[in-house]
Structure formats: structure tokens, C-alpha cells
Design a protein around this ligand. Structure first.
Ligand code: FES
Length: 316
């Protein structure tokens, strides 16, 4: 579990198109942990909400830089960070969380970012440029003026390898036509709206396993309407067992038995509560794993997921 970070906003800048850049430093001047490319911070906002923001670089100079989109339907988090937070505002955070890792051993890297989903890819692009790795980027926006990071990204790619797709001018690109089927040693990294990521997951069913890596910041999964039954939960490592009631949350039950994994978002988004799964049919409702990873059925996120059968064995 990451220790809480006490941060202070050092710089707050409007970038245009409802996008803001915030630079955060340790409020006590301490050295902040470095951030691997693709990592994010979980910020606790004044109303207790936890929101996740990708880091724009590796924070080698001790400053965490994030971009915040003031969303029109903001539940408060992005609106507060955009309109009320200012230099000197203090924040509690955890991280950097690294659940969208760059595979530096891949032979080719294809980055696909739409809208604010470009932010983790900015950090990845910087790293790939530094490594001299084979790389390309597809940057999808509705209007050209929304491509806020295009100028900063352009020098990080060889000529012809940064593709800007403006759906308001050219229509929505067909992803299938855009992305050649990757080799088994290539990686495709994507972040953006659920519709884009769902489509990519569908296309990737034809690709070699493990090529596609996704980062989702919202969990759109909804539980099935199927009636629920009680389940016997066996904790292999600790030798404990208990019965999970049909209406009981798995993570709450684990906590009641003193074996709960750490939790953060409680929405199946952050990946903190990942628990090794040894046996049992599960309704996977997290937004962390791809469909292919869910099919492996070797991890469960008990803050949202739950057993579908009469018996579940966890490595706890
Ligand atoms: S606590 Fe975030 S995925 Fe479970």
C-alpha cells in the first residue's frame, strides 16, 4: 500500500479547451517517489472523493504534473481542481500507481489516445523517445483545437509517426483500418472513452494475447440481474473460511474476517484491491482488467466483483 503523499499545488495553468495543468510538489519539501511512464496519482479532494490523474512525465525533478479536464458533467472533482484549487492549495494523494505499464522490451509501441486519455501516453512518449524505441501515436480529438498536447508530442516521434485524427473534419476513424494487427512482440496502449476502449478490446480478440494494454478511469460495468446465492469463501493462505451472504460485498466480508486487501477507489478502477483468485466462477465487474485478463480468472477485485458460484477460493 502506498503511503499518503502530502502535496501542494505549485503551478495552476489553463491550457485551453477546459484543460488545466497542475504541478504538485511535496508540501514539506520531501523528495517525491519517481513515476514510471503511464502511472497515475489518486488525489483525495476536499469532499472526500478520490480521483485519478495520469502523470505527464516521470517527475525526475520532484514535481508531479497532471492535466485535469473540467468535465461538463463533473461530479465535483474536476470542477474543484479547475476552478477552486490554486497555487498553495494542499492535497492528499497516493501513488504513483502503476497499472498501465510500458513494456520496454516490446519491439514496437503503438499509442492510441483520445481526448484527455492522451495524458498517460504523453509520459510514455517521452520515455520511448528517450529510449529511441520504435513508436507511433494516434491522437484522436473531435476538434483540432482540442489537440492541446500535439505540439509537445510532435518532437517525440519520427516524421509521419504522429497521426492526428480530427473526427469533426474527417469523421470518426475506423480503428480496424488504422491499426495493423500487431506482432506478438508489439504493444498497443490505449486510453480514452469507454466506447473506444471497448472497440479496441473487440478488435484485439484477433491479436496475439497480451498485445493490448488499456487504461480506464471510469467503470461502466453493471452487475447482472441474475439472482444471487450465498457462497462459501475459502482463504487458502490463512486457512479461514466464511459464508458470503447474497447481498454482502466481498471486500466488506473479507474486512470483517481481518484479511481484506487494501482498497482505494472502491469502484473497480484503481487496481489497489487486486486479490489472487485460485478457484471459483466470478462476475468480474472491474475496469482494470481487459476481457482477456478476466477470462484468465486468476485475479479478483473484491470491491466490485463477486462470486457467481457456490465456492470461491482466494490466496489470502
Ligand atoms: S479499491 Fe480500487 S479497484 Fe478495488
Amino acid at each position: 500500500m502506498h503511503d499518503a503523499l502530502r502535496l501542494e499545488i505549485r503551478h495552476h495553468q489553463a491550457l485551453g479547451e477546459r484543460l488545466y495543468r497542475l504541478d504538485l510538489a511535496a508540501s514539506d519539501g520531501a523528495t517525491l517517489p519517481p513515476a514510471p511512464p503511464g502511472a497515475h496519482l489518486a488525489l483525495t479532494l476536499p469532499d472526500g472523493m478520490i480521483r485519478h490523474y495520469s502523470l505527464l512525465d516521470g517527475a525526475d525533478d520532484g514535481i508531479y504534473r497532471i492535466a485535469v479536464l473540467h468535465e461538463r458533467d463533473s461530479r465535483g472533482g474536476s470542477a474543484w481542481l479547475a476552478e477552486q484549487a490554486m497555487p498553495g492549495t494542499r492535497l492528499i494523494a497516493s501513488g504513483p500507481h502503476d497499472r498501465f505499464p510500458l513494456d520496454e522490451h516490446a519491439t514496437h509501441h503503438c499509442l492510441v489516445g483520445a481526448g484527455i486519455g492522451i495524458t498517460p501516453l504523453v509520459a510514455m512518449a517521452r520515455r520511448l523517445h528517450a529510449l529511441g524505441a520504435s513508436r507511433e501515436l494516434h491522437y484522436l480529438v473531435r476538434h483540432r483545437r482540442q489537440a492541446i498536447f500535439a505540439a509537445a508530442l510532435a518532437p517525440l516521434f519520427p516524421p509521419g509517426k504522429l497521426h492526428l485524427h480530427v473526427s469533426g473534419e474527417q469523421g470518426r476513424p475506423r480503428l480496424e483500418a488504422l491499426l495493423a494487427a500487431p506482432s506478438a512482440t508489439s504493444r498497443v496502449y490505449a486510453c480514452g472513452p469507454a466506447s473506444l476502449l471497448d472497440e479496441l478490446e473487440h478488435i484485439a480478440t484477433e491479436w496475439p494475447a497480451g498485445c493490448l494494454r488499456l487504461e480506464r478511469f471510469h467503470n461502466a460495468a453493471t452487475p447482472s440481474d441474475a439472482p444471487r446465492a450465498a457462497c462459501e469463501v475459502i482463504l487458502d493462505a490463512s486457512g479461514k473460511r466464511f459464508t458470503l451472504a447474497p447481498d454482502q460485498s466481498l471486500i466488506d466480508a473479507l474486512e470483517a474476517h481481518g484479511v481484506a486487501p487494501p482498497r482505494l477507489c472502491c469502484e473497480g478502477v484503481c487496481g489497489t484491491c487486486a486479490t489472487p483468485l485460485l478457484e471459483g466462477d466470478v462476475e468480474h465487474l472491474d475496469a482494470v482488467q481487459s476481457n482477456a485478463e478476466k477470462a484468465l480468472n486468476d485475479l479478483i477485485y473484491p470491491c466490485v466483483s463477486r462470486p457467481r458460484g457456490p465456492r470461491l477460493v482466494l490466496d489470502l
